[in-house]
Design a binder for this molecule. Structure first.
Ligand SMILES: [Zn+2]
Length: 259
């Protein structure tokens, strides 16, 4: 079976459900709304191609799953029609912020930029959670804004990198178009925890390998799974483009991290 298609994504969700996992939004995790012993927080970073996110949102909706979709301010992500459509399916919408990068490290400017855009997204959905966009080529870490300011003053209840108990929740991400991309990731990883998970063998490269682990009941009971819907597609040309692009990008990142 080909990896990173919508078909295998559906298979992944169905397999999780079959193993007793509730599929929940980040808001539901924070609000402790999930009564199931096993859960997977479905987090989506809509970095690009928002139309792909509508497709994963529809698949999730059909399965009775809830997810959180984080949108960026740029045109490559920010599509009001799609935001509305995903919200109408019952999913959570959040702000995928990168204000420190966009304001070139100026904290005060970034803080007002953050508020303007939070209000923008709140036109479409009562946003309660936000999530950093990793921006690997930027020298700024947008989480640094929280060294001076507090998002809670704006009614935000959580940020995955700041408010998730990663001593309890295992982290999976498709960064780098694989499930062990933390090796080449600059910011999308959980320092201090990844080492322990690796020692425990909780690391898989492909989705079929991950599916095998879920079926064998090897996945921890509490998980946050981050996916970038732009790389999940059934379209053959787009699929091949994403494969070539990500393979090249990973090679460059590997060289860059080593140096
Ligand atoms: Zn992102």
């Amino acid at each position: 079976m080909k990896d990173f298609t919508l078909d295998i994504y559906r298979d992944l969700l169905e397999t999780l459900q079959k193993q007793g996992y509730a599929l929940i939004s980040y808001r539901d995790y924070l609000a402790d709304n999930c009564k199931s012993k096993k859960f997977v927080i479905l987090r989506h970073d809509v970095d690009a191609k928002p139309e792909n996110s509508l497709k994963t949102a529809q698949i999730e909706h059909a399965l009775g799953a809830k997810a959180t979709y984080y949108f960026r301010v740029g045109k490559e992500s920010n599509n009001p029609e799609i935001i509305r459509a995903i919200a109408a399916l019952g999913h959570e919408i959040g702000y995928h912020y990168e204000d420190m990068s966009l304001c070139d490290g100026n904290m005060d400017e970034a803080w007002s930029h953050f508020q303007i855009w939070l209000n923008y997204f709140r036109q479409y959905y009562a946003v309660e959670t936000i999530c950093m966009h990793g921006a690997p080529t930027s020298k700024w870490d947008s989480k640094d804004l929280w060294k001076k300011y507090d998002y809670r003053t704006l009614g935000i209840i959580g940020e995955p990198y700041m408010d998730t108990d990663f001593t309890d929740v295992f982290y999976l991400t498709d960064t780098g178009r694989c499930w062990d991309g933390y090796k080449v990731s600059v910011r999308d990883k959980i320092p201090g925890r990844q080492e322990e998970w690796t020692v425990k063998g909780l690391t898989w490269h492909t989705t079929p390998q991950l599916l095998e682990a879920i079926n064998a009941d090897k996945l921890p009971a509490h998980v946050m799974m981050t996916t970038h819907p732009q790389r999940w597609t059934n379209n053959k040309t787009a699929w091949l483009k994403e494969l070539v692009f990500q393979t090249t990008k990973n090679c460059i990142k590997k060289l860059w991290i080593k140096n």
